[in-house]
Design a binder for this molecule. Sequence first.
Ligand code: SF4
Ligand code: MG
Length: 288
Amino acid sequence: MSDKNPEYDFTWCPGCGDFGVRRALEFAMEDLNIKTERPMESNVVVAGIGCSGNTVHLLEGEQPYGFHGIHGRSLPVAMGTKMSNPELNVVVVAGDGDFLSIGMEHIGPQAARNLNITAIIMDNGVYGLTKGQASPTTTQDTVTSSTPFGKQESPVNPLDLYLTLGVSFIASGYSVKPRDLAKLMLQGMEHPGFSIIHVASPCTTYNDTFTQLKGSAKLGIQPTAWAIPSDHDTGSKSAARGIIDEGGVPLGVVYEDTSRPSFDAVFDTIRGNNKQKDASDLLAIFDL
Ligand code: SF4
Ligand code: MG
């Protein structure tokens, strides 16, 4: 836990995937600071609710600014932060429960705006903090504390959803390789537009999928995580769809569209093309 926030006593369970995601985020922000020659204070981490949202309190070392907001509303908070100061590197950290349930309605509008922020989604297929209820990504028929007869809904496919909604940078990663994950996060931060890094981050208490992700020759389990081939055309939507349709957890950049201006760039242009009004201009409208 950060020395700068000693009064906050939340901690993750042993082995939780979120530890690896936190480390990757620390690496990525440090790497970005070196490249841009900017201080850690130029980063703002906006957190959703749930175990993953506590990342904002549990970062170690030099501290960015942080905001732990209300359930499902990390994207509107991130939009306000970014648009009030576009120089900031704004990063959302949220889980599948927060981002893909109550928060899902905000993904489409930010994709349409191409809001220049990075969202890191820790997907453990469960609501961990509230004791293991089914989340949007829990697989069908799974028995949880909220689905005693098995979950009846189809699971959301997050990568498919992001691509459909027009998110301009989509990557998929895995919590056990923080260095590899940090590279994806850095790419997302440098992308001029809305980027989402979707991370398989197992919950060791309620939905431990580490063995399935890594596979086990001893148990005859094929790994669900697989590396996206190096010749994948990240600029092609149909190639991205092909990667997603393969199933499992692809590792790498799935899709990237650099052709669209980011929302802050659009506003810069509008400001440049229009004379700034002062109070007398506004009062003149009313012909007082
Ligand atoms: Fe991690 Fe699950 Fe524990 Fe939450 S409940 S800290 S997601 S292992
Ligand atoms: Mg979750």
